[in-house]
Design a protein around this ligand. Sequence first.
Ligand SMILES: NC(=O)C1=CN([C@@H]2O[C@H](COP(=O)(O)OP(=O)(O)OC[C@H]3O[C@@H](n4cnc5c(N)ncnc54)[C@H](OP(=O)(O)O)[C@@H]3O)[C@@H](O)[C@H]2O)C=CC1
Ligand SMILES: CCCCCC(=O)/C=C/[C@H]1[C@H](O)CC(=O)[C@@H]1CCCCCCC(=O)O
Length: 327
Amino acid sequence: MTKAQVWKLKTAFDGIPKPENFELIEEDLPRLKDNQILVQAVYLSVDPYFRIFVGSDGDLPGEQVAKIIKSNAPDYPVGSLVCVHAGWRSHTVVNVTKSRRLELIREVPGLSPSLWLGTAGMPGVTAYVSFFDKCAPKSGEVIVVTAASGAVGATVGQLAKNLGLTVIGIAGSKDKCEYIKSLGFDYAINYKEDNISDALDKAAPNGVDIYYDNVGGAIADTVFGKLRSHGRVLICGLISTYNNTTEETGRNWSKDILFKQLKIQGFIVSDPEHSSRFSTARNELISLLRQGKVKAKEHVTEGFTKMPAAFIELFTGANFGKAIVKA
Ligand SMILES: NC(=O)C1=CN([C@@H]2O[C@H](COP(=O)(O)OP(=O)(O)OC[C@H]3O[C@@H](n4cnc5c(N)ncnc54)[C@H](OP(=O)(O)O)[C@@H]3O)[C@@H](O)[C@H]2O)C=CC1
Ligand SMILES: CCCCCC(=O)/C=C/[C@H]1[C@H](O)CC(=O)[C@@H]1CCCCCCC(=O)O
């Protein structure tokens, strides 16, 4: 009988997640039935949204790249890799006909399968579809991107640069700022040291056309104040607020929205509206990665037992690139 190690939420989060919120349990897995496969996690994705979306039974969400180690499904041979939404588990029995989010990973020379969790997966597709379909970007415009060295932010910045925009990234350390400059970003602002407002005035004296918001909160308020007429805001994430314990208060932007005729929209990549775009976006990202026109940085933590630590790092900025755990 195969045993699985499974991370569960033991106590509800209160503020920033803590190691004691999690517990590691062992589970006996049943024998395989028809159309079932047994998979073993190889790489597990660590994403900010886990902070909010935990199953009622304490199950923790998330995708993993996993190896098929037993199979009762002819199209899923032993040894193949899949990308599957299996959560924080070392081993999982998956029904191939019933699983909504299961995909065989095709081998792409030069690309690690772990990229299926990052630039060639959900975060990359988020960046690609939200930027091209929702931001109406034009060459010569100015875009500001926050959490700019991360999985989503770094991809958005590079796509924008490839299209001929002036790209301003905001990130939380000197190293991260140097990194995004090395990717081609025109300006990098360290929000922990620089005065964001002054730095934006210098980098974009005529204002900002697109604000790609990954963080919300006070940083977003500052950038909102720099938008030009007909500016667009894409709210992709609000990571600075996910651990809030009190309701957020902020400036009311109605007057700016009205007189500057701003467009502000949210984006959730898992909305069915975007499902038809997923494979085109992924294929395009794979092609850009292979040509070196988009680069991916991964922050890999070794060991399934480190899942909680890797997750907590997202909220201190200790990750530098797409957070992944190698089982
Ligand atoms: N809408 C959608 O469908 C999706 C949205 N997202 C969202 O995109 C955002 C980025 O996700 P992802 O690229 O996976 O993660 P990242 O790889 O960017 O990692 C998170 C980063 O957020 C930054 N951060 C953490 N806390 C704060 C804070 N208080 N203020 C400012 N920055 C902070 C840190 O970078 P630094 O050191 O620079 O502060 C940290 O490294 C998140 O908000 C996430 O929820 C992601 C996927 C899909
Ligand atoms: C903590 C909130 C994060 C919102 C932004 C974010 O990170 C979204 C991530 C999505 C990821 O692509 C896969 C998902 O399932 C994430 C969120 C799904 C939100 C659905 C909300 C609508 C609903 O309640 O059905």
